[in-house]
Design a protein around this ligand. Structure first.
Ligand code: PLP
Length: 387
């Protein structure tokens, strides 16, 4: 056995190492020119007017919710099949959380359920592009418009994903064609990494300026935003913000990673196709359905297996050194959410999904023979012939 095969793994090239080394020797370790350069690269890549980088995807969500006015008395409506951060970021602001249901065969938020679960406090709808596939954003945007909600996308899985709308137009996730703000994560398991890191993109200059202030203690140095001016050293704090800055060193890594993104997406697509070819003849291991029009970024590869066999498959894969995982435990299961005074939530689609879901490895460097090893482990766990 050639070591453990994780469910996801970063790719670090010599070019990345060189870019970081150069940044380490430059005059700024943080707050230098690379921050704005990385932001410009990201904005260009997704086709948005503005990008703001943060030291985590969670910080980006926090800033985005703050920028659109989440606070006491308001809530964020999201999917329970997400990482806890999507929900937590609303609580940081004194807001609350509501959970809609997901479609169990895709793990994407169900627009009808989003509409049904609405209450008067909802201010933000936060779809999660689960696994890198694009949530049914056109239908969600229609619900949000009718209810006067703002959409903040959690695209932590979906850098590089695109989607086609009913008029035939192709849209890039992050261009914010159907949202106010779109958030990304650059955690080590995500499409590109800065170690920890994240970003928010928007076309709205007011949101952009709010998020930039939020990132740096609520402080501004922009001439147009200052009430006074004592001299060139002068700055003003206008609200309570945080230190959510990403360093120049990290931005050097991010820029270098983003430059090679296209190769990785092609590699991820190839791995997903290998899996799909093999699972086509295994009726008890069904890959997630891709939402209509979604051209995903293949962050996670999830299969649905009989709940009675999920644990056996998981154990069998781990016995073979294969890092199967489960994404995600419904957020409302968490003890914190159970006792937190939130409306008690049980969503049948999320429950059905959670009982059957298993994430198997997908990363750009994966080979076809590694795919075969994983599939053999799944078959063995299902009780078929050991691979
Ligand atoms: C990774 C992730 C986050 C949080 O990003 P961090 O960079 O780890 O803070 C939020 N939502 C989802 C769906 C994620 O996968």
């Amino acid at each position: 056995m050639s070591g453990f095969m994780p469910y996801s793994r970063q790719e670090i090239s010599d070019a990345d190492v060189a870019a970081v080394a150069e940044a380490l020797r430059a005059s700024h370790l943080t707050q230098g020119p690379l921050v704005e350069q990385f932001e410009a690269d990201l904005a260009r890549f997704v086709g948005a007017r503005f990008a703001v980088v943060f030291n985590s995807g969670t910080a980006a969500l926090h800033a985005a919710y703050a920028a659109v006015g989440v606070g006491p008395g308001s809530s964020v409506l999201t999917s329970p099949i997400t990482f806890v951060a999507t929900a937590n970021a609303s609580l940081y602001l004194g807001g609350s959380v509501r959970f809609a249901d997901v479609e169990p065969d895709s793990a994407q938020i169900d627009p009808n359920s989003a509409d049904d679960q609405a209450d008067r406090t909802v201010k933000v709808l936060a779809p999660v592009h689960f696994g890198g596939e694009v949530a049914p954003i056109e239908a969600l945007a229609a619900v949000a418009e009718a209810r006067h909600w703002t959409i903040v996308e959690d695209a932590s899985h979906a850098l590089g994903a695109t989607y086609r709308t009913s008029d035939g137009a192709e849209h890039q996730v992050g261009a914010c064609d159907h949202s106010a703000i779109c958030c990304f994560s650059f955690h080590a398991v995500k499409q590109i990494t800065t170690g920890e890191g994240g970003a928010a993109t928007t076309n709205d200059e007011t949101m952009y300026r709010r998020m930039k202030r939020f990132r740096t203690h609520g402080i501004t140095r922009e001439a147009g935003e200052l009430a006074g001016n004592d001299g060139p050293w002068y700055y003003e704090q206008h609200e309570l913000g945080y230190n959510y800055r990403l360093t120049d060193v990290q931005c050097a890594l991010g820029r270098s990673q983003l430059a090679r993104y296209g190769d990785w997406l092609a590699a991820r697509r190839r791995v997903a196709t290998w899996y799909e070819e093999r699972f086509a003849s295994i009726p008890d291991a069904v890959p997630l359905r891709r939402p209509h029009g979604s051209h995903g970024a293949h962050h996670l590869f999830v299969i649905r297996v009989p709940p009675t066999h999920r644990r056996a498959i998981y154990d069998e894969l781990h016995r073979r050194g294969i890092g199967a995982n489960v994404h995600y435990i419904p957020v409302y299961h968490q003890p914190f959410y159970q006792r937190g005074g939130f409306p008690k939530t049980i969503r049948s689609g999320a429950e059905a999904y959670y009982r059957s879901a298993l994430t198997i490895p997908l990363f750009p460097a994966m080979t076809e023979s590694q795919v075969d090893q994983v599939v053999a482990g799944v078959v063995a766990g299902l009780g078929g012939h050991p691979g």
